[in-house]
Design a protein around this ligand. Structure first.
Ligand code: FPP
Length: 249
């Protein structure tokens, strides 16, 4: 009888088969706010808080790389006040990250064309990248003014320049050599891409790098995503059979 009341043990992921690199499309902030009759900017503030929690959790459980989509090349089509609010949240986050850097030891990188951002934000970005490059725990990549197609066009342009200058491979361009021209040059492709909020598309995120990523979609809105949701996602990842175009072994 007693066993009827015993709590079922929660299924857990296996620590030795964690994805090395998790990428997340932080979607659903606007809908989260609308459901609470709050301005969209409140949804982004809640989303930034979720990002902090999830990044900390990734670090704690031993994920090596976390890449998040914070602002796309298409997000400039949003109202000015919403864009301003997202940039302010980033500034706030970077100030905090700089302050806690020696304690948290998180390596931070930015993927995207940050040259058009405000001088203040650009300075914060270069300081954070520079000061955190010595850390070797989790690496957090923030995609900012990022688009997968834009990244590919830039890579092609830069390759062409290097080719003309004689410093790029002159014989045959390989996938490996071309991937050196991506923002993600030094890191492995994402094993796992998570998109909350019920949308099932990549929206120009990591188009080159996602060739063999496992995709995970959930209806949970990003501000409601948390450690338990990530546990659930990782369990789903570990149930996948990754074949990379080959046959089951
Ligand atoms: C997508 O939700 C979210 C964004 C375009 C912005 C994401 C930004 C943050 C989470 C805050 C800043 C980030 C950091 C790293 C501190 P949406 O607005 O498209 O939601 P909707 O589809 O419900 O409207």
């Amino acid at each position: 009888m007693f066993s009827l009341f015993r709590k079922r043990k929660q299924q857990a992921w296996e620590p030795d088969r964690l994805p090395r690199h998790i990428a997340i499309i932080m979607d659903g902030n606007g809908r989260w706010a609308a459901r609470r009759a709050l301005p969209r900017t409140a949804g982004h503030a809640a989303g930034a808080e979720t990002f902090r929690r999830v990044a900390t959790y990734c670090k704690d459980i031993g994920i090596e790389y976390l890449t998040v989509y914070a602002f796309s090349t298409e997000n400039w089509n949003r109202p000015d006040d919403e864009i301003g609010a997202i940039m302010q949240l980033l500034e706030k986050y970077l100030h905090e990250a700089l302050g806690k850097m020696e304690r948290d030891k998180v390596k931070m990188k930015f993927f995207g064309d940050v040259t058009i951002l405000t001088p203040e934000l650009r300075k914060l970005i270069s300081d954070t990248e520079e000061l955190s490059k010595k850390f070797e725990g989790v690496q957090v990549n923030i995609c900012l003014n990022y688009g997968g197609r834009d990244e590919l066009v830039r890579a092609a342009e830069n390759y062409a320049k290097d080719f003309a200058a004689g410093v790029a491979p002159q014989e045959k361009l390989t996938e490996r050599a071309f991937s050196r021209y991506m923002y993600s040059a030094d890191i492995p492709d994402p094993d796992f891409i998570i998109r909350p909020s019920g949308e099932m598309r990549l929206s120009n995120f990591l188009l080159w790098q996602s060739a063999y990523s496992e995709l995970y979609f959930t209806d949970v809105l990003w501000p409601d995503f948390n450690e338990r949701e990530l546990d659930r996602a990782i369990i789903a990842f570990q149930e996948r059979d990754r074949r990379y175009g080959g046959l089951k072994t």
